[in-house]
Design a protein around this ligand. Structure first.
Ligand SMILES: Cc1cc2nc3c(=O)[nH]c(=O)nc-3n(C[C@H](O)[C@H](O)[C@H](O)COP(=O)(O)OP(=O)(O)OC[C@H]3O[C@@H](n4cnc5c(N)ncnc54)[C@H](O)[C@@H]3O)c2cc1C
Length: 476
């Protein structure tokens, strides 16, 4: 399988990279202690920690395309705290101690990524800034106030911005806002590829362009079948998140969802001054399908949003749907920043992440099989969670212990509630459309203006980059 990187579908992060190393395809028979399937941030970080904790183990990562070309390298690289499940629900369902530990683990993940970047000398354009959460409506503000009250009661103080801060930093575009400080912004592709190189330095083997097609559990291990051979492993971690397709062991509970991002041409100093935003950090609103943005990749505005979609499996339909959503994202961008109406949109891309019903990940042995494990369903909050989870779960995999070793965090579980296939294929798309309709009627950004006609680069349906199937959720 050849990787084709069309500029229309490749994330902007790949533009400034030069060529990433191409690793060998797996063939023949390999024998390893731990096999990690999927080289996004979750798989790469787990392999890294495994090699760090147990240099004696043979650890191999097998990636269907290339390192980082799943959701990780297509993300916007805002490494903020938080989970998909609202804090109120976490507290009610699991109690305050667990809720506090859960939130703290997302802060730990972000701090740990900073430590890894420094320790391994990963050049990924990392900046320590902030993540601003802005309310467009009274309802959103109420929800945010509940959230920060819950955090405060658990000991995490997140101050609100006053009117003058809102005006100075966001140009008055939101009715209210708070910010998580010390949030890392990175080039996510360089982060994950840098971490892969660091894992290799510690002895991890990585094969690319090798899809694991089937797993066979044997009495004394697992046989992973690939197009060119087999890998015998004592235990396997499926770090495939929204891209698992047939290998997703939780098809009813970890559902792939596609989300979309666009990037402008590099902004001039004049254009940046006209934004009415100070350009610091990542900003996200509170709609069901929120808009979020940051500056990066050579001074471009990277802007994500629009309705999330469950992939149809039909490449032509996917291309049509994505083209319409890209139009919509550009419209949102112009509503937020009317001054950018004449600025070229240089790239549009999408990515798949795994969402779950309760908006918490699923990390653990698959059912009763202690040899096959899964880590995914990050519900769009993956970057920090992937790493805090990888650090903990590598210890489980290193010693072959049961999932109980994950501690009290509620996403260390062998299964999660799911939806029947019929509801997933018909009910879920209808539900997503209803959420979108609610966004359209209830909460448009202020300062609307008529969007100019835009030239959207069309995704090439033959590209490997758009042939993935998978999903996404909320990012703050
Ligand atoms: C557009 C977008 C923007 C986002 N922005 C942010 C953000 O700003 N902040 C944030 O925290 N999160 C963000 N996210 C979410 C975040 O990117 C993900 O949660 C996270 O990267 C998931 O990492 P992962 O390693 O689990 O999965 P992935 O990075 O998707 O990696 C899974 C890998 O598994 C491989 N694979 C699948 N099946 C097989 C197989 N059978 N054999 C071999 N390999 C296989 C795939 O090719 C893929 O490379 C965003 C996501 C998207 C799509």
């Amino acid at each position: 399988m050849t990787q084709k990187l069309d500029w229309e579908t490749a994330p902007i992060w790949l533009w400034d990279q030069g060529s990433a190393p191409i690793r060998p395809i797996q063939h023949g028979t390999d024998r390893v202690d731990v096999l990690v399937v999927g080289a996004g941030l979750a798989g790469t970080a787990t392999a890294y920690y495994l090699a760090e904790n147990r240099p004696d183990l043979r650890v191999m990562v097998v990636e269907a395309s290339q390192v980082g070309l799943g959701a990780t390298g297509r993300s916007t690289g805002i490494i903020g705290p938080g989970l998909g499940m609202p804090m109120r629900s976490l507290r009610r369902r699991y109690g305050d101690d667990v809720a506090a530990e859960a939130f703290a683990s997302t802060l730990d993940g972000a701090a740990e990524i900073g430590r890894l970047i420094a320790a391994e000398g990963i050049d990924c354009d990392a900046r320590l800034e902030r993540q601003v959460i802005g309310a467009l409506t009274e309802r959103q503000e109420r929800r945010m106030r509940r959230h920060t009250r819950d955090l405060a009661e658990l000991g995490f103080d997140v101050p609100w911005w006053d009117r003058s801060m809102l005006d100075r930093r966001l140009g008055g575009a939101y009715r209210a806002a708070f910010a998580y400080e010390n949030v890392l912004l990175v080039d996510p592709y360089r982060l994950v590829t840098g971490l892969a190189v660091a894992a290799e330095r510690r002895g991890v083997r990585i094969a690319e362009r090798t899809r694991v097609t089937r797993l066979e559990t044997l009495p004394d291990g697992v046989l992973a079948h690939t197009p060119g051979g087999v890998i015998e492993a004592d235990r396997v971690l499926l770090a495939v998140d929204g891209y698992g397709e047939k290998l997703n062991p939780h098809p009813s509970s970890v559902v792939p969802v596609r989300t979309h991002v666009v990037a402008t041409a590099p902004l001039t100093a004049h254009q940046r001054a006209a934004l009415g935003w100070d350009g610091v950090g990542g900003v996200i609103d509170q709609r069901n399908f929120f808009s979020y943005y940051r500056l990066g990749a050579g001074g471009r505005l990277v802007f994500g949003g629009g309705p999330a979609r469950v992939p149809s499996g039909d490449p032509q339909r996917e291309t049509r749907t994505s083209a319409a959503i890209f139009e919509r994202v550009v419209e949102e961008l112009h509503l937020r920043f009317p001054a950018l109406e004449g600025v070229a949109i240089e790239a549009c891309w999408s990515g798949l992440t795994g969402g779950t019903l309760d908006r918490l990940p699923v990390v653990g042995a698959v059912g009763d099989n202690q040899r096959v494990h899964f880590a995914g369903g990050w519900c769009g909050h993956g970057l920090s969670l992937c790493v805090s989870t990888a650090e903990r779960y590598a210890r489980v995999l290193a010693h072959g212990r049961s999932t109980a070793s994950g501690g009290s965090l509620p996403w260390f579980r062998s299964r999660a509630s799911g939806l029947p296939a019929a509801v997933r294929s018909t009910g879920l798309p209808v539900y997503l459309r209803a959420l979108d309709a609610q966004d359209r009627t209830a909460s448009r950004p202020p300062t609307p203006s008529a969007p100019a006609a835009v030239q959207i680069p069309q995704a090439d349906p033959t590209s490997e980059l758009v042939s993935h199937q998978g999903g996404e959720d909320r990012a703050a």
